[in-house]
Design a protein around this ligand. Sequence first.
Ligand code: PGA
Length: 258
Amino acid sequence: MARRPVIAGNWKMHNLQQEAANLTNEIMQALKTEDKEKLPEVIIAPTFTSLYAANKALKDCGCGKVRLAAQNCFYETKGAFTGECSVEMLKDAGCEYIIIGHSERRQYFGETDEMVNKKAKAILANGLIPIICCGESLEQREAGVTDYHIASQITKALRDLSKEEVAKSIIAYEPIWAIGTGKTCDATEANRVIAMIRNTVKGLYDTTTSESIRILYGGSVKPETIKEQMSKSDIDGALVGGASLKADSFAQIIKGAM
Ligand code: PGA
């Protein structure tokens, strides 16, 4: 079963509104001559305050080649939750995807597997697509518990989701030691872990579901690494941090995934 590749840019806490609009326009400019049907699903994830500006730039262009994601959400629908954004609010701001469980959110903001699961449910209930992040630390890798840890994160994140919901979700495998370090995980090893994740999904659901879900690699993805990553059997695309902040490198990654 052919899975459509996904290239998602996680802008993290960068870009004021004007910068976000400019970068969005530059990305679309760089993709101008590309056939929409041949492009991967291209996603950008600006910070909350720049969603409006990025969405406006996307709408003004009208080419439909780039979609919008948020970097986080809260799972309740509304109420006294100071500082949070509901899925409905993010949908209203133009988001079609929401990144959840990123290691930075787990590390600095106490996001747990249970919260990731509640967020995934809220996102899917609103018709959006979760990009569920998982990944091991260097200590876990060295202790030989990578597979156990990742399988546990995925099992908890997907709890009580239907197979239809899981089939349309996206997982991003991001070894923490590879994020923002310039140290990319070897493509063969990344593919091994991603195949293990797919096998975990198969065990929880069935083959149709595990063959449908898109699983991305993230962690120091660069224009030079994408081709080898995309040549692997189970890697369906990339979640890109640093290299998504420049239209030129992000566009090279997108084209490398075609
Ligand atoms: P990086 O970030 O590409 O800068 O390593 C990836 C991520 O955190 O999603």
